[in-house]
Design a protein around this ligand. Structure first.
Ligand SMILES: Nc1ncnc2c1ncn2[C@@H]1O[C@H](COP(=O)(O)OP(=O)(O)OP(=O)(O)O)[C@@H](O)[C@H]1O
Ligand SMILES: [Mg+2]
Length: 330
């Protein structure tokens, strides 16, 4: 592989849920590239398909869900062609997942030490016990757990929510993955702890050249943490690009709506601007642009077909009636 081959290259990913009324695409043609060491924020409101995308990438979709289309190239290998055993080997070693609920990673009846040792020894059985233990301590220290020597022997319930999430992050980092998929891991935590964890994750990724997809509904988090942002709406990425460019000059009306609903964007004391309307349900999707019923810029052609991609792979949006750039305004 050449150096400019992206670590992750997703093309046309489609994931369906089979229901008695037929199959519905929760993820409908997602393209996403992530370079080594790059942090990509995947942002969108509830139900837009962020988690389904994350799970689809690493083969964690169970029936009635099914990945039905597209390619997921990880370091040049097509993950959709891998069997379950190879995918299991990859998860927890080269690719790690951090969930919103740390108890999806942590086993409540095992001490942290046992779980961490197992995470190392499963993927690297030749590691000596001493060396593995040193790595566990190092990982707990990295994520800011005080007195890691004694904490190592605690059970998950002996940690606060924030500390438990740090432990889950430490486990994700243990085998120095090349890619982390983090699904809203700080959403349930208070803002100060969220800020600390975001900062630490960013530092860890920079130090180890680890790439990360950070799933969130919060553009503020993306602004702080990520290099690139992919804005998701109803199963599609509707805008993509470097965070600074997208935030300074959003082109998709949905991205603009998300930006305007951020607390910092509102004048002190003013009401938050909500995006009117509801996200479409899977069964209620029509032809044309799925954002159309909520869009103040909609015009007749928006009903014709899904908007094509405008721009290149580095910066694009899908909209027939894009928001003007600041230059166009001037
Ligand atoms: N097991 C399932 N069976 C049927 N539909 C599902 C299943 N899991 C997810 N979906 C549907 O797929 C769509 C996308 O869900 P997903 O969980 O990816 O949303 P999300 O963007 O992660 O939202 P949130 O911010 O609330 O976590 C939703 O409409 C959801 O109802
Ligand atoms: Mg989700």
């Amino acid at each position: 592989m050449t150096d400019d081959t992206p670590l992750l290259d997703v093309r046309g990913l489609q994931t369906a849920f089979h229901t008695k009324d037929g199959a519905w695409l929760a993820v409908d043609g997602v393209d996403l590239t992530v370079a080594r060491g790059e942090i990509v924020g995947l942002v969108g409101e509830s139900g837009s398909g962020k988690s389904v995308t994350g799970f689809s990438l690493i083969g964690l979709i169970d029936p009635p869900g099914e990945v039905v289309g597209g390619q997921v190239l990880f370091d040049g290998q097509d993950l959709r062609a891998q069997d379950e055993e190879s995918l299991r080997r990859l998860r927890g070693s080269r690719i790690a997942m951090i969930f919103q609920d740390p108890l999806m990673t942590l086993n409540p009846v095992l001490r942290i030490s046992e779980q961490m040792m197992e995470a190392i020894l499963t993927h690297h059985p030749d590691t000596s016990k001493q060396e593995a233990q040193a790595r566990c301590l190092e990982a707990l220290t990295m994520v800011g757990i005080p007195a890691p020597e004694s904490r190592l022997h605690n059970y998950p319930h002996e940690f606060s929510g924030g500390m438990r999430q740090r432990v889950a992050i430490a486990i994700a980092m243990l085998n120095q993955p090349e890619l982390i998929i983090a699904d809203e891991p700080t959403t349930a935590l208070d803002v100060t702890i969220q800020g600390q964890i975001l900062y630490q994750m960013q530092q860890l990724c920079r130090q180890n050249n680890t790439a990360m997809i950070w799933i969130t509904h919060d553009l503020g988090v993306v602004a702080e943490l990520a290099d690139k942002v992919a804005v998701m709406y109803a199963g599609r990425i509707v805008e993509y690009g470097p965070v600074s460019e997208v935030l300074a000059a959003p082109r998709h009306p949905y991205t603009l709506g998300l930006l305007q609903s951020m607390p910092a964007a509102a004048a002190p004391g003013s009401r938050l601007n909500q995006i009117d309307g509801m996200a479409p349900t899977l069964t209620g999707r029509e032809t044309g642009c799925t954002f159309r019923p909520r869009c103040s810029r909609a015009r007749p052609e928006c009903a014709s077909a899904a908007p094509p991609q405008t721009g290149d792979d580095k910066r694009y949006f899908r909209c027939y009636s894009p928001v003007a750039t600041p230059q166009e305004h001037a």
